[in-house]
Design a protein. Structure first.
Length: 431
């Protein structure tokens, strides 16, 4: 009888319609596939049961998080080898239907069922988000739950991944050999210049994280800052940092939904890596709320990940792995949609800077930090959570490099009906 690895390889190639570009190593020690290629390790029959009960990306994700699937070798190399199948063929339902009519494929599927025995549904890993359903999407309560799922996993774990800057968004690189800390400082300074921060200016930092933008704005530019977050762990960490910097008289950190901020107007608003959590149905409301919180002439810097537009936008589906394990209820929109909604809310969009390659560099540094401290990372959160972060950051780096997603800084102004925008005549001479 063929080995488990050979049977799995045959099934995979039947499904993909092409030779498998990676090796498979099965739980019985058998291997199959091209020599020297990175190996996908199937540690347990339970991995197959995850796939049989939830075919597709969620089944794969559950097997990965549970430790039943692993990689021997370079994770980037394996993901890169499989990228065409993961991204280009994932939605090819016609190809799958044709495979199901193929007698050889059906025979291979029966072989998989036999390999997966006993055919009982495995429990999802405990790191999977439990939700009440899509009907409750982006209420204040569901947003609190989603933010807590992602951010309240331990400040010490985030310190290990992010480094001393504690900035969880795309850095701004002068060169690819800059330090992560320098690149994050340069990103914060770029935003401060775009917002024309100076002493006395009142800044609202929406989704303030661990307080890095608030501290930079107050310490380097003399701004008075209010930062809002839904994460209690982030708020406690930010307040501690602010006290250590001696900036408690200039910065207030609130555990508060941006929709509940009522003490405008502000001179400037920064929203850095937060708008991805808002959702398409709520985005115009988000834009209107921020517009109302600004004084006439006030500036908004919206730093946001974007996906490529699709021919049929109604067919867009949320990534199952990301939704279940990383950013529950997060949604990416095309850049054009974001700009259009900001304009509908009354903003004048004055500048868009695309920094896609910068995020790929940032993610690779975060992965390197985690891999260099792998055992400690597992101890600080959980083995499953550490595996989630490693996979999602590495896969995201490749997605940015392949132009499947991008990240943009959109600078917009609440331009008054009478008078100018306050923007400089020369492009990108922000002051």
């Amino acid at each position: 009888m063929p080995s488990a690895a050979l049977r799995l390889k045959k099934l995979a190639e039947q499904l993909l319609g092409a030779p498998l570009p990676v090796r498979i190593r099965a739980w019985d020690g058998s291997e199959a596939g091209p020599p020297g290629a990175p190996a996908l390790v199937v540690r347990s029959r339970r991995a197959l049961r995850h796939l049989m009960w939830r075919p597709g990306e969620l089944g794969l994700a559950r097997a990965w998080v549970a430790g039943d699937l692993d990689v021997d070798g370079d994770l980037y190399a394996l993901l890169d080898a499989l990228a065409e199948f993961i991204w280009e063929r994932a939605d090819d339902a016609r190809g799958l239907r044709e495979s199901l009519r193929d007698p050889e494929f059906r025979a291979a599927a029966r072989s998989l069922i036999a390999l997966a025995a006993p055919f009982l549904p495995p429990s999802p890993p405990r790191e999977e988000m439990r939700r009440r359903g899509r009907l409750h999407l982006h209420t204040k309560g569901s947003d609190r739950q989603a933010i807590s799922h992602h951010y309240d996993v331990g400040n010490d774990f985030y310190e290990l991944v992010l480094g001393p800057s504690m900035v969880y968004s795309c850095a701004y690189w002068e060169s690819d050999d800059s330090t992560l800390e320098d690149a994050q400082r340069d990103k914060l300074e770029l935003i401060a210049r775009k917002l024309a921060l100076k002493p006395g200016i009142r800044l609202l930092d929406v989704g303030c994280g661990w307080g890095s933008m608030a501290i930079h704005a107050a310490r380097e530019h003399g701004a008075a800052v209010v930062g809002v977050t839904l994460s209690h762990e982030q708020a406690a960490y930010a307040r501690k940092r602010i006290a250590e910097e001696g900036l408690t008289d200039r910065i207030e950190i609130r555990v508060q939904d941006y929709r509940d901020v009522r003490d405008g107007p502000y001179d400037a608003i920064s929203s850095i890596g937060m708008a991805e959590h808002v959702g398409a149905e709520r985005y115009l409301e988000y834009a209107h709320d921020l517009h109302a919180l600004l004084k006439p002439g006030g500036r908004l810097l919206n730093h946001q990940i974007a996906r490529r537009p699709q021919e049929d936008e109604s067919a867009y589906a949320v990534d199952e792995f990301i939704d279940a394990y990383v950013f529950p209820d997060g949604e990416l929109a095309p850049l054009g949609s974001t700009v259009g909604l900001l304009e509908r809310a009354g903003f004048e969009v004055r500048d868009v800077e695309a920094i896609r390659e910068h995020y790929a560099l940032t993610l690779r540094r975060w992965v390197a930090n985690l891999e260099a401290n792998w055992k400690e990372g597992q101890r600080l959160t959980s083995p499953g959570r550490a595996r989630i972060w490693r996979l999602y950051m590495a896969a995201s780096a490749l997605a940015f490099e392949r132009n499947r997603i991008g990240v943009n800084q959109v600078l917009a102004v609440k331009t008054p009906e009478v008078g100018g925008s306050g923007m400089p005549l020369r492009a990108r001479d922000w002051r």
